[in-house]
Write a protein that binds this ligand. Structure first.
Ligand code: IPM
Ligand code: MN
Length: 359
């Protein structure tokens, strides 16, 4: 029976609603399995800018680093705009960087009860099961220099896309480690026909692959991958890629699941402390209306239990409860099917999952 500290960072928009439900689920797990989860809540994103003048304060970074795990909602305001001249999303980037969370893990596990809610045909999505490893603290998101300037007297802006060998090697290695426990297939995604950094990425990935002869390894160009992911998702098992390609292809992947609101993620570094968040954003257009789907955050909490707290049985219990709630027909607005569905709000979906968990 463990004691664990969890930092809750609800953030903006729908963040507080979805994190609220995931926290209730974690508390129910604590009751059922006899663990003590000590939760501490703090501001990040636009709400932190308004209160403290910064996207995230040093205290919140310290709180996050000193907890066993962090559960985050979302940061941002409508249209990705700045707030008092600052970008709320910076909070997430700072956390990833400060906590040195270089591996972002985004699974696609389809519920058999939701095969009808994807716009992609059932016979294409059925049986798809992917695990994407997105490099998270390098590449064009972080490399310097970046900034504004002038080119030939004209205003211009630039970012740098740079990868060090060690950054590529560790994320590709981690992808291979997970592939050993799955179908044994790794696809590395790059743009080597154009980008020097991608040619280097491919070389390093091939070198890592040479150390894992039992794994079936392929590299693919990101544009071709983007198409194949939709027309033939069962071709893939473990996918590994850089920061920006990983951002884009995982939103695309969510289409297969039926809703962005269903997608969880984990961000890990060398140690066990991790950051868990749904891959969706703050969705300000539906915030405060009790309609957001909390399942992406609840499934992120399941990943938290397994990967940071070392509680796989508890993680499976949460995943099974989600599946059971879906089997009974509970649906938030984003995954509504037909008149047989039981329409619930954010809190109602939390209730449905908890009822299954404690039954
Ligand atoms: C994500 C988000 C973030 C990213 C933003 C909010 C900085 O889109 O986690 O996918 O681009 O990484
Ligand atoms: Mn994204």
């Amino acid at each position: 029976m463990g004691e664990f500290s969890i930092a809750y960072l609800p953030g903006d928009g729908v963040g507080p609603e979805v994190v609220g439900q995931a926290r209730r689920v974690l508390d129910a797990v604590g009751e059922k399995f006899g663990h003590r989860f000590e939760g501490r809540t703090a501001l990040v994103g636009a709400c932190s800018i308004e209160r403290h003048g910064r996207e995230i304060t040093d205290e919140v970074i310290d709180l996050s680093k000193s907890s066993h795990a962090v559960l985050l909602g979302a940061c941002g305001v409508p249209g990705g705009e700045a707030v008092n001249g600052r970008h709320p999303e910076r909070a997430v980037l700072d956390l990833r960087e400060e906590m040195e969370l270089w591996a972002n893990i985004r699974p696609l596990r389809l519920s058999k009860h939701l095969l009808g809610s994807s716009p992609v045909k059932r016979e294409i999505v059925e049986g798809a099961d992917l695990l994407v490893f997105r490099e998270l603290t390098g590449g064009i998101y972080f490399a310097e220099p970046k900034g504004r300037g002038e080119v030939d007297g004209e205003p211009a802006a630039f970012d740098t896309l740079l990868y060090r060998e060690s950054e590529i090697r560790r994320i590709v290695e981690r992808a291979f480690e997970h592939a050993e426990k799955r179908r044994g297939l790794v696809t590395s995604v790059d743009k080597m026909n154009v980008l020097e950094s991608s040619r280097f990425w491919r070389e390093v990935a091939e070198d890592v692959a040479a150390g894992h002869p039992d794994i079936d390894f392929h590299s693919m160009l990101v544009d071709a991958f983007a198409m194949r992911l939709i027309i033939s998702p069962r071709d893939f098992d473990v996918v590994v890629t850089g920061n920006m390609f990983g951002d884009i292809i995982t939103d695309e992947m969510s289409v297969l699941a039926g809703s962005l609101g269903l997608m969880p993620s984990a961000s890990l570094g060398d140690g066990g402390v991790g950051l868990y968040e749904p891959i969706h954003g703050s969705a300000p257009d539906i915030a405060g209306q009790n309609v957001a789907n909390p399942l992406g955050t609840i499934l992120s909490a399941a990943m938290l239990l397994e990967l940071s707290l070392g509680l796989p049985e508890e993680a499976r219990a949460v995943e099974d409860a989600v599946e059971a709630a879906l089997a009974k027909g509970y649906r938030t607005a984003d995954i509504m099917e037909d008149e047989t569905s039981l329409r619930v709000g954010t809190a109602g979906m939390g209730d449905a999952v908890i009822a299954e968990l404690i039954s």
